[in-house]
Design a protein around this ligand. Structure first.
Ligand SMILES: Nc1ncnc2c1ncn2[C@@H]1O[C@H](COP(=O)(O)OP(=O)(O)OP(=O)(O)O)[C@@H](O)[C@H]1O
Ligand SMILES: [Mg+2]
Length: 226
């Protein structure tokens, strides 16, 4: 369970990124966090992985307050939460396989586990046949699928996706959405941030609308009409 308890974030005096946000996300939920540019979507995600600290309020993951985690233990939090970004953030000098393996090495996994889990992850995203390609030898959609394989390989409880389809055409966008839905059906919580109404309305899941840092709407099977 993710719980934002009256959370506000001010980056400086005159910039309110999030204001009095209270929100629960249950395990295995698929939630779209939407809103126009500057609404606070990325800030919401950054607070969850403690890339930023709340100015007010508390954030809990499964009952533990995120702010209480010692700096030296942040890797444990970040291993529980996989992240996917608009610009993929793949290492250009590593193959698809090596990019995914790197996440496992960083998590201290054994070579045996890596040999077993990396191909399995790339299989889930449909890229087993291209696992030795470098990022420049992959299309945008394929690069994002490698990033998804990397995000899921350590079996996180939660996936945060920040505008993951922002650089993709409609066909690839739909592929990525279907893949995130499949991962969600396999038991992972997915929090999907986007400003794209068409994408959100394809998903037909819970939609939380942010406007100027405030939650202005929160509906199951919601639409993003504002
Ligand atoms: N590091 C920062 N320092 C100061 N202000 C920031 C910082 N990061 C974000 N902001 C401000 O906080 C507000 C929310 O930004 P945020 O990036 O969370 O919005 P967003 O909804 O993700 O927007 P977009 O759709 O453009 O990605 C904006 O007004 C932004 O200018
Ligand atoms: Mg953003």
């Amino acid at each position: 369970m993710i719980f934002f308890d009256n959370v506000s974030k001010f980056y400086n005096h005159n910039s309110v990124a999030l204001k009095d946000v209270t929100l629960k996300i249950r395990p295995k939920e698929f939630v779209a966090v939407v809103g126009s540019s500057g609404a606070g979507k990325t800030t919401f995600l950054k607070l969850l992985i403690r890339e930023e600290e709340p100015s007010r309020g508390k954030i809990f993951l499964d009952g533990s307050e995120i702010s209480d985690i010692a700096r030296g233990n942040l890797h444990v939090l970040r291993r529980r939460i996989g992240t996917i970004f608009q610009d993929y953030k793949l290492l250009p000098s590593k193959t698809a396989y090596e990019n995914v393996a790197f996440a496992m090495e960083a998590a201290g996994k054994s070579d045996e586990e890596i040999d077993e889990d990396v191909p399995q992850s790339l299989e889930i995203v449909g890229l087993r046949d291209k696992m030795h390609n470098f990022p420049h030898q992959l299309s945008g959609g394929e690069k994002q699928r490698v990033a998804i394989a990397r995000a899921i390989v350590n079996r996180p409880d939660v996936i945060l996706a920040d505008e993951p389809t922002g650089n993709l055409d409609p066909i690839n966008t739909w592929e990525i959405i279907k893949l995130l839905q499949k991962i969600n059906e396999l038991g992972t919580t997915v929090v999907f941030a986007s400003h794209d109404k068409e994408v959100i309305n394809m998903i037909n899941k819970r939609v939380v609308v942010l406007d100027k840092g405030m939650v202005v709407s929160d509906k199951e099977n919601g639409k993003y009409l504002v």
